[in-house]
Ligand binder design. Structure first.
Ligand code: UN1
Length: 498
């Protein structure tokens, strides 16, 4: 039966009378559930609930907040298989990756829970006697979390885990392609026992709910993962309110293959990096830059492996790649394939929709490889699908120049056994993340995640200890226990005292 969901506001699922939208399985076309297109009033109601709850939540001791995160992690672990199936059914990544998505939730919630017992500030000496100075981390207020469909549980977890332990309440607006994952995510948090109003889920359009959240006067920070155009719009609106904003806006990530790379290791990494999640990761390896000395060999092997990939219903354990997430995604990727052909890039594998039998019910594309010119659009633009562009480099310097020639800077990778190239690449690659002898995907939650250039501003990073920066501000406190007025910068002669 198709379930009709409401909005989760103030600790309850609430019916919505307005228009609704459907969510479907991209492999089979089956309708999974329906969700409300929330109205402005409904959004305002959710922000009000978040604001009311914030006043108490911020006073809840941080270790206690952390305990609730740990309890949520326990339930996520218990329900991992079931939730993974929801991820795969609604988003289309293969089931092993669906499990990975939920594992990332568990990992981050466990990690962030510990932050409840740290959240370190500093004590700093004063220039005056009988005076102490310190810094505290305080929550910014109710926050808005706007999440994409490609990691439909992991990304809500990164954002909400950090917000919750910091003491913020939130309103989550998930992508309209994966509201069911968001609903199931929120159900677990509710079961863990977070107080009503601390977490709220509002589904609907980007222009009404997304913009409405960013512009709402009570929302004190926005964390957004998605496309660069929307990200710039969010950044501008947030600037007008002078609120914190975390943005992660994609990539055009490259793997560099040096001529001394271990070939099998390289090929395993390229296949996983390029076609894992059907290439729909911000971190996906969408460019392979190969040293000219091994170019022919790498291309031959790549084509052979790409043509052997097993593609089908991602719930089937044997499949290596599922469909892309939606009709629009399929259309966009096919358009890029046409652009490649028109611009004269050389199609080496795939380049079409898969047809016949069960393929006709879903959005299945053949994994695609192009040999491209470094100026071509396939070498520059984020496609967000199973399309890999291969480029030839004449040297290490040339490879790095190609890698850095795009407007994004999220992830990067180099395969080499030469320490000199490895250590140079760590610093030369203009990206937030560099992997040595591993593909561009698979970031771990205990390290900062984010990029440079148009991937997003470098002042915030998700995950790691840096995750707290998005949702807290520094309060500076001076305690003067001298019992007299002491003037900093003026009473400079009173250097010794007690
Ligand atoms: C994303 O695609 O926005 O590093 C996130 C990775 C995953 C997260 C990707 N852990 O590939």
């Amino acid at each position: 039966m198709v379930q009709d969901y409401g909005l989760f506001v103030g600790g309850k699922w609430r019916k919505s009378e307005g228009k609704r939208f459907e969510t479907q399985n991209p492999a089979t076309g089956e309708i999974l559930a329906t969700f409300p297109l929330a109205s402005k009033d409904e959004l305002n109601g959710a922000v009000r609930a978040a604001k009311d709850a914030f006043e108490k939540w911020k006073k809840t001791p941080a270790p206690r907040r952390g305990e609730l995160l740990l309890e949520a992690a326990r339930i996520f672990r218990q329900k991992k298989e079931d939730l993974a199936r929801t991820v795969t059914t609604e988003m289309g990544k293969v089931i092993a990756e669906g499990r990975g998505d939920v594992q990332e939730v568990i990992d981050f919630y466990e990690y962030a829970a510990g932050e409840g017992r740290r959240m370190f500030g500093e004590t700093v000496p004063s220039e005056l006697p009988s005076k102490m100075c310190m810094t505290l981390r305080l929550p910014v207020g109710p926050v808005g979390l706007i999440t994409p469909w490609n990691f439909p549980m992991a990304i809500p977890a990164w954002k909400s885990g950090a917000a919750l332990v910091a003491g913020c309440s939130f309103v989550l607006k998930p992508s309209s392609l994966t509201p069911l994952c968001a609903a199931r995510f929120v159900e677990v948090l509710d079961e863990a026992g977070f107080p009503p109003g601390v977490l709220n889920l509002v589904t609907g359009s980007g222009s009404l709910v997304g913009d409405g959240l960013v512009d709402h006067p009570e929302i004190r920070a926005i964390s957004f993962t998605g496309g660069v155009d929307t990200g710039k719009h969010v950044y501008e609106s947030a600037a007008k309110k002078m609120i914190k904003v975390g943005l992660e806006l994609g990539g055009k990530n490259a793997i560099i293959a040096m001529d001394d790379a271990k070939l099998d290791l390289l090929m395993d990494g390229v296949m996983f990096g390029a076609f894992g999640t059907a290439g729909q990761r911000c971190t996906a390896a969408s460019r392979l830059i190969v040293h000219q000395r091994i170019y022919e060999q790498v291309v031959d092997e790549l084509v052979e492996r790409t043509e052997k990939l097993r593609i089908g219903n991602p719930i089937d354990e044997k499949m290596e790649m599922g469909p892309v997430a939606s009709k629009d995604q399929e259309k966009k990727v096919l358009e890029y394939i046409e652009i490649g052909k028109k611009e004269g890039d050389k199609l080496l594998a795939g380049g079409h929709k898969l047809k016949g039998g069960a393929y006709d019910k879903g959005f299945f594309l053949a994994p695609t490889v192009f040999a491209v010119d470094r100026k071509s659009r396939l070498a520059q633009e984020e496609i967000f699908g199973p399309v890999l562009s291969v480029l030839k480099a004449t040297s290490y310097e040339d490879a790095v120049a190609i890698a850095n020639s795009v407007k994004y800077g999220l992830s990067s990778s180099i395969y080499t056994n030469d320490l000199r190239w490895s250590f140079r690449a760590m610093q030369d690659l203009d990206a937030g993340i560099t992997y040595i002898n591993a593909p561009t995907i698979g970031a771990e939650v205990q390290l900062p995640f984010g990029g440079t250039k148009e991937t997003g501003p470098t002042d915030t990073r998700e995950a790691g200890t840096t995750a707290l920066e998005e949702f807290t501000y520094w309060k500076t406190v001076y305690v003067d226990y001298s019992g007299r007025l002491q003037k900093a910068q003026i009473d400079t002669d009173k250097l010794v005292g007690g």
